[in-house]
Design a protein around this ligand. Structure first.
Ligand code: ATP
Ligand code: MG
Length: 211
C-alpha cells in the first residue's frame, strides 16, 4: 500500500489459526493486541477444517465454527475471516495455509502467524519447521497455565509477547454450556446467542454440518 509522500511499506497481515470451537475473548484479545504491537494492517482468522491434531475428538462442524468466527469479528474493521481451511478437503496443515496465503497475497506482504503459548510449544514438533519460519514471522502470546520460554526457538524467527491474560479456553466454554453454566462475557454476546439458538455443546452428540 502506498503511504503518505509516495513512500510505501509492505502490508503486514496477521494470521490467527484455531479450531474456534467456539471463538472466545482470549482469541480476540490476542489478535487485537498483536495487531497493535506489530502494527498489522489486518488480522485474518482461519478456522480449521478437519483438525488433524484433534481428529480423535469431536469437533463441531466447520460451518458452525466459521460462522461464529465471522459473528465475533464482524465489528472490527481490522479483522477478517478466511474459509481457506474450511473449504480444503482432507486434514489441515498450517504450512499449506501459509503457502496459500503467500500465493494469494503475493511476495511483498509480511505474514505474522499468531499463536498462544500452548500452540507455540507444539510448533517445534511440526514438520517443515524451517519452511514455516520462512513463510511467516511467528508471534507467541502468553496464556494462563502455559509458560512461554524461548529455549529451543530459532533466533529472530519467533517473538514472544505479553498480552492481557485471559484464562478462557474453548474447552471450558463447551463444558459450561453442557452443564448449563453461563458463558456471558467469556465470549461475545453474539456467540452466546448463536450457541443458544443452535443448541451447540448441549450434549455429546455430533451435529450435522448445516447450521
Ligand atoms: P480448545 O480448548 O478447544 O483447545 P482453545 O481455547 O485452546 O480451544 P484454539 O482454537 O485451540 O482455542 O486456539 C487457537 C489459538 O488461540 C491457539 O494458538 C491458542 O494457543 C490461542 N489461544 C486460545 N485461547 C487463548 C487465550 N486465552 N489467550 C491467548 N491465546 C489463546
Ligand atoms: Mg487449544
Amino acid at each position: 500500500e502506498a503511504a503518505e509522500g509516495g513512500r510505501s511499506r509492505p502490508r503486514r497481515v496477521g494470521i490467527m489459526g484455531g479450531t474456534f470451537d467456539p471463538i472466545h475473548h482470549g482469541h480476540l484479545v490476542a489478535g487485537s493486541e498483536v495487531a497493535h504491537l506489530f502494527h498489522l494492517d489486518e488480522v485474518v482468522f482461519v478456522p480449521t477444517g478437519q483438525p488433524w491434531q484433534k481428529e480423535t475428538g469431536k469437533v463441531t462442524p466447520a460451518e458452525h465454527r466459521y460462522l461464529m468466527t465471522v459473528i465475533a469479528t464482524a465489528e472490527n474493521p481490522q479483522f477478517r475471516v478466511s474459509r481457506i481451511e474450511v473449504d480444503r478437503a482432507g486434514p489441515t496443515y498450517t504450512i499449506d495455509t501459509l503457502r496459500e496465503m503467500r500465493d494469494i497475497l503475493g511476495p511483498d506482504v509480511e505474514l505474522f502467524f499468531i499463536t498462544g503459548a500452548d500452540a507455540l510449544g507444539a510448533i517445534l514438533s511440526w514438520r517443515n519447521v524451517d519452511e514455516l519460519f520462512e513463510l511467516a514471522h511467528f508471534v507467541g502470546c502468553n496464556r494462563p497455565g502455559h509458560r512461554l520460554t524461548d529455549t529451543g526457538l530459532p533466533d529472530g524467527k519467533v517473538s514472544l509477547v505479553e498480552i492481557p491474560a485471559l484464562a478462557i479456553s474453548s474447552t471450558e466454554c463447551r463444558e459450561r454450556v453442557r452443564k448449563g453454566e453461563p458463558i456471558w462475557y467469556l465470549v461475545p454476546d453474539g456467540i452466546v446467542r448463536y450457541i443458544n439458538k443452535t443448541g451447540l455443546y448441549l450434549d455429546d452428540r455430533v451435529m450435522d454440518g448445516t447450521p
